[in-house]
Design a protein around this ligand. Sequence first.
Ligand code: LRH
Ligand code: MN
Length: 429
Amino acid sequence: MTKPISDELIAEANARELVALEEDYTALGRKLARTGIDIDRVKDRIAGFSVAVPSWGAGRGGTRFAKFPIPGEPTNIHEKLEDCAVINQLSRLTPRVSPHFPWDKVSDYKALREEAADLGLGFDAVNSNTFQDQPGQAQTYATGSLSSTVEATRAQAVEHNIECIEIGRQLGSTDLTVWVGDGTNFPGQQDFARSLDRYLEAASEVYSALPDDWRMLLEHKMFEPAFYSTVINDWGSSILAAQELGPKAKCLVDLGHHAPNVNIEQIVARLHRFGKLGGFHFNDSKYGDDDLDSGSINPHQLFLVFNELVEAELNPREGFKPSYMIDQSHNVTDPIESMLSSAEAIGQCFAKALLVDRDALHAAQEANDTMMAFQALRRAYNVDVAPILAKARVEAGGAIDVLATYRASRWRDRKAQERKAVGLGAGIV
Ligand code: LRH
Ligand code: MN
């Protein structure tokens, strides 16, 4: 297996942190034991936890105004896999990559799968793209894709999604994420019901092409690129569409795809209640679909989402196997550093959710003891779980201080010597 960062460098960096980590872990273990929690059991859950990274997040992202590339950023899927391998080698939390087509198109997917495996990586859900026109494309998606009024355009979009399934099969994926930007900018531009019916008819053709063990993850989004209405705009439209399509259709929750202050953790509980919770695109936002680093703006919300996921594990519904994926746009940081920091934030929120005294919480809920119910969550949220994640990481060959070790590797500087410069531009990739 190819390791982008030398084990010696990681061991050397860890040697400076080990004694302090052991002290912190032991102290936290004693504290948690006083409330009947076995810290090693939480550590083992973290060791088994993972979140996929987006191939499109390995490069600098941008907005419609501009994108500011950095020297040494990846220019193709091969270099993106190298960088994703760095994130996984240091964090031990991100062994899968979620690819996007045609952005990650290659001629030999079997070879790509082997290349990733040699880097210790596998592939998570594949993402289709019917929100951009490709050179030489027959039908434009300017007025929609799966919901387009133009039959040939819907057929083209269906065909592309089926092609993504075929690619995913070669990569070892079992999920297809379908996000369509279809919608309108003017009242009256399209009929809400007929648009949805066209989407459902076309999506059902994609659904019929799913292998038996595959799922189709419908990703709702309130707005952008459409700014008056979006065909799959919220969890309601998404769950109704998923129920209409069939048992292999589930709903994917991108945290940034809701109006400010929407109670996303309640949406998670609802989707789970009806057996339609398929997965997540983790990120954070303050205003719109800002695609900021997970936990960077509202870590408490991320904790509350994981609190619902731990409750869901205790009340499983058929097919409960949510895909955890990051979906961010790194406009001002080194993408590797952002994904290292985000994977840590996500892992920490899962660990904090595991520390909630569920019996005390449920008893207080039944007794309408509001303050003690809230305190059951807040006590867990206030625990600094960093030693648990660091312990799980170092035991798996990762770095105790992931950012310091990454910087000590001088990876980006080395890649700036090797990789060609990325041109100026705008947009997400
Ligand atoms: C849409 C979205 C979707 C991806 C794209 C890169 O906003 O969240 O998941 O296809 O970002
Ligand atoms: Mn997304």
